[in-house]
Design a protein around this ligand. Structure first.
Ligand code: SAM
Length: 296
């Protein structure tokens, strides 16, 4: 991971002239698709995101996949990662599977944005979840069976949440679309792995997951293992923080701090100051693991 983050840091420095924008990059409308999401198509924001979140998110995805695999007894594993980004959950999964070489992995990631830094081994389609029925490759993958749908830090971005916050109307049909496709393709035994967003005040994403739970229940599925839409798991590791493999205080954090102070408006510099810490605390980890089976 150290080499990976070092490479991103080198690329980030090239984008210096865009650093003042970082604080404003989240929650921007995308003119092309008219979608609202985190401005992820901007290279400097992808780099900043990776520098800030990679160590914590990988640690979280390792915990999720390890816990899920405790109860998973098949020797093949077909994963659909929705909002895959640069594939941090794939990185975590392949690390976890290194110790279990008895499981054969098939993995497809989808995202609205074709991120940089994604491992080229990842099979990827650039598509909105709500349009997957029109994507032949995604449908072919699902037809061959799915064991896991993972939302790696993406569940709150998919439907209404950000639009509601910005006061923009939106018909939520992405989850309905996903559930319909699972039903149509006889995916009768499926696990959902949801990585939520946990702040000091709240956990977001549970409400979004409740759309999926309601939908699948109305189609005759029940939860046979894991948590429902009201509960979640926290980190089970005893340590409080994850290890950050770079000296971030003397690299990107310092660079950003100095640059924002010198070049950005007062308001941007203040936001920049708040943004420039990596997320390292495991107290931010919250996730759901839920196994549905169709019984009716
Ligand atoms: C917070 S990022 C998470 C990225 C990555 N999974 C990670 O762990 O860093 C959320 C991702 O969800 C994607 N996303 C949001 N809405 C989506 C949709 N409707 N369909 C597919 N991807 C979506 C965004 O483009 C973004 O890449």
């Amino acid at each position: 991971m150290k080499d990976f983050l070092t490479r991103i840091y080198e690329d980030f420095k090239v984008e210096e002239e865009n650093w003042c924008e970082i604080a404003d990059s989240q929650f921007v409308p995308n003119g092309l698709s008219n979608k609202i999401y985190g401005g992820y198509e901007k290279e400097h924001f992808q780099q900043f995101y990776m520098l800030k979140y990679t160590p914590l998110y990988i640690a979280e995805y390792v915990e999720i996949y390890e816990k899920f695999l405790e109860d998973y007894d098949k020797d093949t594993l077909r994963v659909l990662s929705v909002g895959v980004g640069s594939g941090l959950d794939y990185y975590a999964l392949t690390k976890v599977l290194e110790e279990r070489n008895n499981i054969e992995l098939e993995y497809l990631g989808i995202d609205l944005v074709d991120w940089n830094y994604r491992n080229e081994k990842i099979d990827f389609e650039q598509v909105d979840l709500k349009d997957i029925s029109e994507n032949e490759h995604v449908i072919d993958f699902i037809q061959d069976g799915i064991d896991v749908v993972i939302f790696p830090k993406s569940i709150i971005e998919i439907p209404t949440y950000i639009r509601q916050r910005l006061g923009i109307p939106y018909q939520n049909d992405a989850f309905t679309e996903l559930c319909n496709i699972l039903v149509e393709n006889h995916i009768d035994d499926v696990w959902f792995l949801n990585s939520y967003i946990k702040t000091y005040k709240e956990v977001t994403g549970l409400n979004e997951f409740s759309h999926i739970v309601d939908n699948l229940k109305s189609e005759g599925y029940i939860i046979v293992n894991g948590v429902d839409e009201k509960h979640y798991y926290e980190s089970s590791s005893g340590e409080n923080s994850v290890h950050y493999p770079l000296d971030y205080r003397n690299t990107w954090q310092l660079d950003l701090q100095n640059y924002c102070h010198r070049k950005c408006s007062e308001e941007q510099a203040e936001k920049c100051r708040l943004a420039q810490y990596p997320m390292l605390r495991k107290s931010h980890i919250a996730f759901g693991i839920t196994n549905f089976k169709k019984v009716a």
